[in-house]
Design a protein around this ligand. Structure first.
Ligand code: NAD
Ligand code: MG
Length: 360
């Protein structure tokens, strides 16, 4: 399956096909570059690096790889520096392409390195987690964390293409698969009620890593994200609906310390909270919240915050978000199943009631 992210001169294809990572012909049309640098991590390298290299080999081409340590804590300025060092030590030119082989951490790091090395070189995303296949590899947000905040340093840099091989999900731990499904379910909630319904029917097939179901879910998610990004590349407006559940979720992640709950898990609980608040506003029926809760549970995701969370703790973190958003707390809320809005016109008393209801 081939999709396109429509961004004028910077448009790019997304290929979704089991086994495509190892198809030489697919790569030869995609990568004319004489210098190729694959960036990956210690977990993914033993699984997929050799076969990807073999598929990219061609006479006269320089093909190098850099294997970084695994973990969110390495999405840092220090690791970025290691990428620059490697590129400079190997005299990599502006004509090279970087290939990010890994999850969102490798994708964000490599994309940012590509955005900044010699003022910008080409890069290709080869996402290997469900989350990166449906979310982070599409849309051009790249960057690293700062000790004072996640994703605080970065750039918009669109890849030249995204190559998604759902077969690599065979080695992905179940918990990571579920975390990716949280973002898949999010697309249904914010933009596509039919897709939500399809997910209700196919959730077990997805959890069993059924190849057809995965291709369909990934393709539909990428299509929705691509359309939203095409409408609003740098998040001046509609792109923000992709953050459904994220304000509540970030509060959970920040309070627990990043890493204890996976991002998708925190977002899952956050989406139920956002749906509950939308319901308190009178914008949606209780049935929508119930269906969201049921589908997320079926995907083996949490549907309420952990016991450490109190309304005050939520508000502290959300106030910090508010400062970043220049004074107004804006939330993504639902107006219907399949329709979201970014708004600051919710009733603060209802937000309090929502937080109290979830923190018991
Ligand atoms: P990750 O990159 O940390 O990968 C999760 C774990 O799975 C890692 O240990 C990784 O090594 C392992 N792994 C990856 N592929 C595997 C495979 N096929 N088989 C076995 N193990 C595999 O986490 P993630 O969830 O992919 O990404 C999270 C990151 O993405 C965060 O830093 C987040 O900020 C970022 N993100 C960025 C965007 C964006 O638009 N740029 C969007 C969402 C998230
Ligand atoms: Mg997210």
């Amino acid at each position: 399956m081939l999709l396109t992210v429509e961004l004028g001169e910077r448009s790019y294809p997304i290929l979704i096909e089991p086994g495509c990572m190892n198809r030489k012909d697919q790569w030869s049309e995609r990568v004319p570059h004489a210098e190729v640098v694959i960036v990956t991590n210690e977990t993914i390298a033993p699984l997929y690096l050799d076969s990807l290299k073999r598929s990219l080999e061609r006479s006269g081409r320089r093909l190098l790889s850099l294997t970084l340590p695994d973990g969110e804590s390495y999405k840092s300025a220090e690791t970025l520096g290691r990428i620059y060092d490697f590129l400079l030590e190997h005299s990599i030119s502006r004509k090279a392409v970087l290939i990010a082989l890994g999850g969102g951490v490798i994708g964000d790091l490599t994309g940012y390195a590509a955005a900044t090395f010699q003022r910008g070189i080409d890069f290709i995303q080869v996402p290997t987690t469900l989350l990166s296949q449906v979310d982070s590899s599409v849309g051009g947000k790249t960057g690293i964390n700062h000790p004072l905040g996640k994703n605080m340093i970065g750039a918009f840099k669109q890849p030249k293409s995204v190559v998604i091989d759902p077969a690599v999900l065979s080695t992905l731990p179940d918990r990571e698969l579920s975390a990716g499904l949280a973002e898949v379910i999010k697309y249904g909630l914010i933009h596509d009620a039919d897709f939500f319904e399809w997910l209700e029917t196919n959730i077990d097939a997805l959890l069993a890593k059924d190849a057809d179901a995965l291709v369909q879910a990934i393709a539909r998610s990428c299509r929705l994200k691509a359309d939203i990004v095409a409408a609003d590349e740098t998040e001046q407006g509609i792109r923000a609906i992709l953050n459904l559940g994220h304000t509540f979720g970030h509060a959970i992640e920040a309070e627990l310390g990043y890493g204890l709950w996976l991002h998708g898990e925190a977002v899952a609980a956050g989406m139920v909270m956002a749906s509950d608040l939308s319901q308190r506003q009178g914008w949606i029926d209780g049935e929508v919240t119930e269906r969201a809760r049921n589908l997320l549970s079926a995907a083996r995701l949490p549907v309420a915050p952990p016991p450490q969370m109190t309304p005050d703790r939520f508000m502290n973190h959300m106030a910090r978000d508010k400062k970043v958003e220049s004074g107004q707390l804006r939330l993504v809320l639902l107006e219907a199943l399949g329709r979201a809005t970014v708004t600051s016109t919710f009733d603060p008393a209802r937000l309090e009631a929502c937080l109290s209801a979830f923190c018991t």
